[in-house]
Design a protein around this ligand. Structure first.
Ligand code: RBF
Length: 155
């Protein structure tokens, strides 16, 4: 018989750290609100949620690494908003952040979720932070819960 492993969206006994970039705060506050709502709706306890602010998206991997190494969390969710129009070195930062968060996940074995919007304009970012394209912060939080459960099943 084929064995299928798929993580469920249960927040029971899950501890999540959210790292949030302050740059483009109008957007990242909405990503955070979406993530918090998703975690609470899926049963994550208030004591199981930690929010850490950092200056910008470039700083997300370092904070994520510190949190992941602490042993106090089951998953890290990194939230940020990189807007090309205002960021000449957009590609460079976006690449660094994605690679850095990926490295943290592989080095620590913890899900480290990429919840960083990369858009052309502020308007496009807002559309993805609770606007017409949903809330990518909420989606990132759900990805964290799924990964925590999937990894527990693979133990
Ligand atoms: N951080 C973001 O999270 N999103 C941005 O769109 C963004 N644009 C930036 C544009 C410039 C010109 C600079 C200098 C920084 C920008 N940052 C942005 C901040 C960056 O991620 C980091 O916090 C700072 O460069 C300090 O290391």
């Amino acid at each position: 018989m084929v064995q299928v492993v798929e993580g469920q969206l249960s927040g029971r006994d899950v501890r999540v750290a959210l790292v949030v970039a302050r740059w483009n705060r109008l957007v990242t506050e909405s990503l955070l609100a979406g993530a918090l709502d998703a975690l609470r709706r899926h049963g994550v306890a208030e004591e199981g949620i930690t929010v850490v602010w950092c200056p910008g998206s470039f700083e997300l991997p370092l904070v994520a690494q510190k949190l992941a190494r602490s042993g106090s969390y089951d998953a890290i969710v990194a939230l940020g908003a990189l807007i090309r129009g205002e960021t000449p070195h957009f590609e460079y930062i976006a690449g660094q952040v994605a690679a850095g968060l990926g490295q943290v996940a592989l080095q620590t074995g913890l899900p480290c979720i990429f919840g960083v919007l990369t858009t052309e304009t502020l308007e496009q970012a807002l559309e993805r932070a609770g606007g017409k394209y949903g809330n990518k912060g909420a989606e990132a939080a759900l990805a964290a819960l799924e990964m925590v459960d999937a990894l527990r099943r693979l133990r």
